[in-house]
Write a protein that binds this ligand. Structure first.
Ligand code: NDP
Ligand code: 8X3
Length: 250
C-alpha cells in the first residue's frame, strides 16, 4: 500500500486529491495550516485509509523539516509527493505591486515547494523509489497582464520541475508537473483577499474546471505503470484558450 504526502490538502485541488487517493487505497499525510480542516478530513478519510496530518506553514523551513522528520514509522516511507500548496496574492501591475504579496508568492509557491521537496527527496533516494507531482499553472507557461510575480513563481515551478527530472533521473524517481488553467477553488478568494464578489467574477459566464477534475488527472498520473512518467501537462476548461482568452458564450 502506497503513502502520499499532499501539501495544501485543506482546500481546492489538494483536498480533492486526498479524496481521490483514498479511493485508490493510498494512505495519506495531509498538510496545511488549518488544523481543524485537517482534523475533519482525517475523521472522514480514516474510514478508508490511514491518515496522518501535519500542520505547518511551508514558508517556515524549520517547521517543514521538523514536521516531516516527526512522521511516525508507518508513514515514514513517502511514495508520492504532491507539491500543491500555493496561491496568488493580489493582481496588480508591476509598478504598483505590493511587496508583501510578492514575498508571499515567492516564499510559498517557490521556496516552500523547495523546502518540502528537500525534506522528502533524500528519503526517496534512499528507498530507491518515489513520484513527485508539482502543481504549476498556465501562469508558469505564459505571462498575463498584472500576473507578473505570480507568473514568475509558477515559471519557477516549471523550471524546478524540469530540474528535478534531470537530477533525479539517475534514481528512477518519477517527476511531473500539472499546469491547470482556471479552476474554481478558494484561489481567487485568496488572490483578492476575501473580496468574494470579485473572486466570483473570475468564474462568471463559463464552466471552469473543478478541483475534482485536476484530482482525477493526478490519480491517473499516479496509477500509470512504473515505466510511464507524465512529465508535463497543461489542462484548461474547454472555454479557455490561454490565460486571457475565455469564451463566455459556450
Ligand atoms: P486553494 O486556495 O483552494 O488551496 C490552496 C492550498 O494551499 C490550501 O490548502 C492552503 O492551506 C495551502 N497553503 C497556502 N499557503 C500555504 C502556506 N503558507 N503553507 C502551507 N500551506 C499553504 O487553491 P487551489 O486549490 O486552487 O490551489 C492549489 C494549487 O493549484 C496552487 O499551487 C495554485 O497556484 C495552483 N493552481 C490553481 C489554479 C486555480 O485556478 N485555482 C490554476 C492553476 C494552478 P492552508 O490555508 O490551510 O495553509
Ligand atoms: C491560476 C490560474 O490564470 O489565475 O494559476 O493564473 S491563473
Amino acid at each position: 500500500m502506497k503513502t502520499a504526502l499532499i501539501t495544501g490538502a485543506t482546500s481546492g485541488i489538494g483536498k480533492s486529491t486526498a479524496y481521490e487517493f483514498a479511493k485508490l487505497g493510498i494512505n495519506l499525510i495531509l498538510c496545511g495550516r488549518r488544523q481543524e480542516r485537517l482534523d475533519e478530513l482525517q475523521n472522514e478519510l480514516s474510514e478508508t485509509v490511514k491518515v496522518y496530518t501535519l500542520c505547518f506553514d511551508v514558508r517556515d523551513k524549520e517547521s517543514v523539516f521538523k514536521s516531516i522528520d516527526s512522521l511516525p514509522h508507518e508513514f515514514s516511507t513517502i511514495d508520492i509527493l504532491v507539491n500543491n500548496a500555493g496561491n496568488a496574492h493580489g493582481l496588480d501591475p508591476i509598478q504598483t505591486g505590493n511587496l508583501e504579496d510578492w514575498d508571499a508568492m515567492l516564499d510559498i509557491n517557490v521556496k516552500g515547494l523547495l523546502y518540502v521537496s528537500k525534506a522528502i527527496i533524500p528519503k526517496m533516494i534512499s528507498q530507491e523509489s518515489g513520484h513527485i507531482i508539482n502543481i504549476g499553472s498556465i501562469a508558469g507557461k505564459e505571462v498575463y497582464p498584472s500576473g507578473n510575480v505570480y507568473c514568475a513563481s509558477k515559471h519557477a515551478v516549471d523550471a524546478i520541475n524540469k530540474g528535478m527530472q534531470i537530477d533525479l533521473n539517475q534514481y528512477g524517481i518519477r517527476v511531473g508537473a500539472i499546469h491547470p488553467g482556471l479552476v474554481e477553488t478558494e484561489f481567487s478568494n485568496v488572490r483578492f483577499k476575501g473580496d468574494e464578489e470579485r473572486a466570483d467574477t473570475v468564474y462568471d459566464g463559463f464552466d471552469p474546471l473543478r478541483p475534482e477534475d485536476i484530482a482525477d488527472i493526478i490519480a491517473f498520473v499516479v496509477t500509470r505503470p512504473y515505466h510511464v512518467n507524465i512529465a508535463d501537462l497543461v489542462v484548461f476548461p474547454t472555454a479557455q484558450a490561454n490565460s486571457t482568452i475565455v469564451n463566455k458564450s459556450l
